[in-house]
Design a protein around this ligand. Structure first.
Ligand SMILES: *Cc1c(COP(=O)(O)O)cnc(C)c1O
Length: 396
């Protein structure tokens, strides 16, 4: 059965179809793959697990409204965003889905929680009082999730003080507790500390008298934590960002079995082809010396689009199904690549920065490593200049 709002999703896609100008650098977003990924992740989890779709930062650069609409259709139970601006954009798609704000609010932002029917994260007494007062003023309770800090040291009440804050929430008549959660600080590298955080969280909950966990969203695991989940109650929800976009935080046993597909590809084109003689030292800062007579292609994208300058002299791209190296520095609008070994490259040819072309593939993780960064940051660095082109089941 379709979730409510699915028809809104369709019209949204039509409105946001790409401009007719030729694309110089663009991201292709495969919404059908996104939907398949959510269904796959769900199928790999115990049946009682609910799905919190993390769509902050413009759905990791994929486009908030398009991605969220498709995730609604695919059966997400709750959406998590960073802030009020993201939450209101999401609420425009339609009513009915709980939207959790992960970040603390600024003083001027509180009233939007009531106006847009949002769920706030609570870590302090001050927040309990503010949201209680807000609930009283609008005449209906404000929904909150209690966040417990089990070692991350960021948002949340420190786990040893959680029961006190819980008591304050219970005593506040205009607040409705809808969930409890924590966030792991090193789930992709330190299983022992993650287990300790899980233990601290459960111990803190046990000290909350009368808490009805079966009636709350109880969540801790994000993409990297899933392998240690084991489906153990009282956890009844996961909070997934990166993995739903088909990117493995790292290869590991459980996640490797979930064959998610990349949703994002990053493409540009050849703007110019020319020959340069051996021995010359080219590019900004004279950072590459031509070892042979070289045919180069100048690509119509640079760091102004999201090819990180840190990947200068390291990155590769795919042209005609073959990898070729970036020469010298990535510049704001153009990037130089060596096409000496690829016959027949001409102006206008499609170039893959991230994704697949014929038999060659550049995964987002590899593209990120060339710039010494992580896939999360790479996706957030694809700039506003880059149109997102949405692929549905029907093709582009
Ligand atoms: C971003 C975020 C997530 C999602 O993490 P992924 O690793 O992308 O799955 C989950 N929880 C919180 C609190 C976050 O800020």
């Amino acid at each position: 059965m379709d979730a409510p709002g699915a028809s809104c999703a369709q019209s949204l896609l039509i409105m946001q179809s790409p401009s007719r100008l030729p694309l110089r650098c663009w991201a292709e977003i495969d919404l059908a793959a996104l939907e398949r990924n959510l269904r796959l992740i769900r199928a790999s989890l115990p049946a009682h697990m609910r799905y919190v779709a993390v769509v902050k930062a413009d759905a990791y650069g994929h486009g908030l409204q398009q991605a969220a609409a498709r995730l609604m259709h695919a059966g997400a139970d709750l959406f998590a965003v960073a802030n009020v601006a993201e939450a209101t954009a999401l609420r425009e798609i339609g009513p009915g889905w709980p939207i959790l704000l992960l970040s603390p609010l600024l003083p001027e932002e509180d009233s939007y929680v009531a106006e847009y029917d949002l769920t706030a994260t609570v870590s302090t007494s001050d927040e309990v009082q503010r949201f209680n007062a807000l609930g009283q003023s609008v005449g209906r309770p404000i929904s909150v999730h209690l966040k417990i800090d089990t070692g991350m040291g960021r948002v949340g009440v420190w786990h040893e003080q959680a029961e006190k804050l819980y008591a304050e929430i219970v005593a506040a008549p205009h607040i409705k507790l809808a969930g409890v959660f924590t966030h792991f600080s090193s789930s992709d590298e330190d299983p022992a500390f993650t287990a300790e955080q899980r233990h601290r969280f459960l111990a803190a909950l046990q000290r909350c008298p009368g808490i009805r966990l079966d009636q709350l969203f109880v969540h801790a695991d994000s993409s990297a934590g899933l392998e240690t989940l084991e489906g153990a109650r009282p956890f009844n929800a996961v909070r997934i960002g990166l993995l739903q976009f088909g990117i493995l935080p790292r290869l590991n046993s459980l996640l490797a079995q979930v064959h998610t597909e990349p949703v994002f590809s990053f493409k540009t084109r050849v703007g110019l082809v020319k020959e340069l003689p051996a021995g010359n030292t080219i590019s900004y800062g004279r950072t590459y010396t031509l070892k042979r007579d070289t045919r180069i292609a100048v690509l119509t994208a640079g760091y102004g689009d999201g090819i990180q300058r840190a990947s200068s002299n390291r990155a590769q791209v795919i042209i005609h199904g073959v990898r070729c190296p970036v020469l010298g520095r990535v510049t704001m609008d153009q990037t130089i690549v060596d096409i000496t070994d690829i016959p027949g490259v001409t102006r206008g040819d499609e170039v893959v920065l991230v994704g697949r072309q014929e038999k060659a593939e550049i995964p987002l993780a590899e593209f990120s490593r060339w710039a010494d960064t992580i896939p999360w940051e790479t996706l957030c660095s694809v700039s506003k200049r880059v149109p997102r082109v949405y692929k549905t089941q029907l093709g582009l």
